[in-house]
Write a protein that binds this ligand. Sequence first.
Ligand code: CDT
Length: 321
Amino acid sequence: MRPVTVAAAQLGPIALETPRAATVARLVGLMERAKAQGADLIVFPELALTTFFPRWYYEQEADLDRFYERAMPGPETQPLFDAARDLSIGFHLGYAELAADGTRFNTAILVDKSGETVGKYRKIHLPGHREHEPWRAFQHLEKRYFAPGDLGFRVFDAFGGRIGMAICNDRRWPETYRVLGLQGAEMILIGYNTPIHNPPAPEHDRLSWHHNAIVMQAGAYQNAAFVVGVAKAGVEEGVHQMGGSLIAAPTGETIAQAVTEDDELVVATCDLDLCRSYRESVFAFERHREPGAYALITGTKGAVTPDEAKRIDPALGKLDT
Ligand code: CDT
């Protein structure tokens, strides 16, 4: 047995004007509660220190600065690291990062029980749009406010296992999980902010919870890993964001799930040895994968015509006369 007790710390809304210190105090309170429930690791959502600011269009770059961290820990976030050390609990935190060279990233870190940062990830799949689109009920300007992550999908040895991280929209893409799975990830941590209403495709709205669960369950099963998905939920500044935080096992089953749209701890003890049964049988990658047949996965970004596909992967043209 290699048990890791993980607490998915779903958050309710954070208002635009909520001071950083108040949010940090709220997170520290959740760390204390998670510790009381035996957690080794608490997982906070994407952009957990502020409201989900990409819903607004800002013309001036300077208007953005209040949402970003220039240092981690910084003066206002130091209490999280102190609490980790004092309580002996690790944490995963999503936040907006303003890097030293001025690049803005949507970032998550993994901090161990001694308060040391042991992993960092910058979001790779940035959804939404770059320009103001006033026809929308609200904006989703991640493509404007963040650069695509430049650290790849990495794993980190911590908490007695191998931990991977992804952020929100990354969870919808099978490539995310597979690249982590190919490095032996045993637990994948994913924070999210998902408005229930998707202005370009409102017909998907009623399926938000279904899509949320199937992608994380499939990612877990197909890559023999636990997946911990954590929402910032509820009606935040007039936008309804889904909850549905969950922990999925390598079996593909959801083993714990949130029932509110507010601050809520979803706790499960995950035996990382459960990954082995899947990794050594049906998903023994080294025996069963056929990467030679997957050329299109890295050979093109968008869908291609069958003829273009044959140029990328000549095997596809073999039956042509
Ligand atoms: N934060 C984030 O990545 N949210 C997206 C919203 C979808 S579309 C614009 C998500 O995939 O949940």
